[in-house]
Ligand binder design. Structure first.
Ligand SMILES: *[C@@H]1O[C@H](CO)[C@@H](O)[C@H](O)[C@H]1NC(C)=O
Length: 147
């Protein structure tokens, strides 16, 4: 147990203690999971998107009263279209996952699902990206990161 904890601490220093990842740790992790350049969308776009959607909180959840759906995780993926939480009316589960899997620290399912979303709808699916990232200079989102 102690050994596992120490290993976790070495490899995931940002996620063991809490749910908010550092900006640069997030950038490295999603790059390693193949998001940099995926569908020609640069890493900085994803970092900007996650900054404004969840502020890098892997367990962020936000309920949308108007359609009784919930947005899950670091990319705030919506349960009406993309994941199953057993409580959203007319849900379609486009990513074939439990919504809770989109909250996992390793980001594997969240990134897989984000790829599915951009394949179907493009990055414009995210309001946070449209409002804060589209047409903006994004280099500051990777500033100081050793990638
Ligand atoms: C992350 O989101 C969860 C669920 O919305 C919240 O309880 C928690 O306080 C947030 N953590 C941070 C560091 O903002």
């Amino acid at each position: 147990m102690k050994v596992l904890f120490l290993l976790g601490f070495l490899f995931f220093p940002m996620t063991v203690h809490g749910v908010r990842m550092s900006r640069c740790a997030f950038a490295r992790r999603i790059r390693d999971l193949g998001l940099n350049g995926y569908r020609r969308i640069s890493l900085a776009n994803w970092v900007c998107l996650a900054r404004w959607e969840s502020n890098f909180n892997t367990t962020a959840t936000n309920y949308n009263a108007w359609d009784r759906s919930t947005d899950y995780g670091i990319f705030q993926i919506n349960s009406r279209y993309w994941c199953d939480d057993d409580k959203t009316p007319h849900a379609t589960n486009g990513c074939g996952v439990r919504c809770s899997q989109l909250l996992e620290d390793n980001l594997v399912k969240a990134v897989e699902c984000a790829k599915q979303i951009v394949r179907q709808q493009g990055i414009r699916a995210w309001v946070g990206w449209k409002n804060h990232c589209d047409g903006h200079r994004l280099s500051r989102y990777l500033h100081g990161c050793r990638l």
